[in-house]
Design a protein around this ligand. Structure first.
Ligand code: SF4
Length: 344
């Protein structure tokens, strides 16, 4: 490892020169506005660049400044986030905007330590905002950098264990202690995203090949053994009345504030019905380490509404913030049962 630290100046120079010629022109790279960078970073957590780009543009049209976001309703924010999933990111973004506007007089924190005090901002995101918006020498290690550095350093420890992670963060911290931290962090990220790819990296065209210690890049990064994916079943129901659909505002952690099809409570009557009747439709979706099978049953409109339940006009459904699996389920169910049933 020592050998790599001793060549750090040359390593920075090679990587920065390559990035200036080959780096992608991503929309958030064309700005120093910390609000825009915050939006992009939260969207990019758990979502691919190509998916994020149209959302990023739409978001900034809807909430052009941090002030616009701070004064928006939560339901408007969740609606704008719809389709990106992991809605806590949207809530955290909204909370960050409120804190910066109301408690900091719209002054954005510029140092990673201050940024870390905001909701949803971890070590990586704090470093990304500090370096990309304020050119601070704050290290970043995301999945792309983790992969590239573990290969460059030939790191044999699991990167998701404290000691392995520390090696990468220490290297990233030394690497960025130089002029142009924004450029250096962007270059390292780009290397992982476009050259040092998962699976088979493009070593033949790698700008830092001469610094790379691994002889077996495909075996890196090493990780601890994964927990197996678990299966879950969630039963909900579809009830329609005079062109309206019954929805329930979720209070659970996963989708708090979003509208879902009502939960089919597991009592003896519904349990027996579920055993006898097939669901109107089923679909599966992944979430964290689960694969959820969502079963939708058709039910008569209930005589009284449960807690958080409201009838929504079908024609306005697109304006209601809903998690994607439930919106998909409603669309498919409506195709299946047709408009006459909906109006019945
Ligand atoms: S030489 Fe290959 S493994 Fe090493 S950093 Fe470059 S792309 Fe990654």
């Amino acid at each position: 490892m020592e050998q790599h630290f001793s060549k750090i100046t040359e390593f920075r120079a090679e990587l920065a020169a390559w990035f200036q010629d080959h780096g992608r022109l991503l929309p958030w790279r064309a700005t120093r506005d910390p609000y825009r960078i915050l939006v992009s970073e939260l969207m990019l957590q758990q979502t691919q660049v190509a998916t994020v780009i149209p959302y990023y543009h739409r978001w900034l049209k809807r909430f052009p400044t941090i002030h616009d976001l701070a004064k928006a309703d939560e339901s408007e924010v969740l609606h704008a986030w719809q389709g990106l999933g992991y809605y806590n990111r949207a809530r955290n973004l909204h909370q960050c905007a409120k804190i910066i506007v109301s408690e900091r007089n719209e002054k954005f924190p510029s140092r990673a330590e201050e940024l870390l005090t905001l909701p949803g901002i971890g070590r990586y995101t704090a470093g990304a905002i500090a370096s990309f918006a304020f050119d601070q020498p704050a290290p970043i290690v995301d999945a792309n950098i983790e992969r590239a550095l573990s290969r460059i350093l030939n790191l044999q420890e699991p990167v998701d264990q404290a000691s392995g992670g520390r090696v990468l963060w220490d290297f990233a911290a030394g690497y960025v202690q130089s002029t142009h931290p924004r450029l250096l962090n962007s270059a390292l990220m780009e290397l992982g995203a476009t050259i040092c790819l998962p699976g088979k990296p493009l070593c033949l065209i790698c700008p830092v090949r001469s610094f790379c210690a691994t002889k077996d890049p495909e075996s890196l990064p090493k990780r601890r053994e994964r927990q197996p994916v678990e299966k879950k079943v969630e039963n909900h129901y579809l009830a329609l009345k005079e062109g309206r659909i019954l929805l329930e505002q979720s209070r659970g952690r996963r989708w708090r504030g979003l509208w879902t099809l009502p939960v089919l409570a597991q009592n003896s009557e519904s349990g027996a019905r579920m055993e006898v009747n097939l669901p109107l439709l089923s679909l599966s979706f992944p979430i964290t380490r689960y694969v959820v099978r969502l079963n939708i049953f058709f039910e008569e409109p209930p005589a009284t509404l449960g807690c958080g339940q409201v009838w929504h006009g079908l024609e306005l459904l697109d304006t209601v913030p809903m998690p994607s699996p439930h919106r998909r389920a409603v669309r498919r169910a409506m195709e299946r049962i047709g408009s006459s049933a909906a109006n019945g």
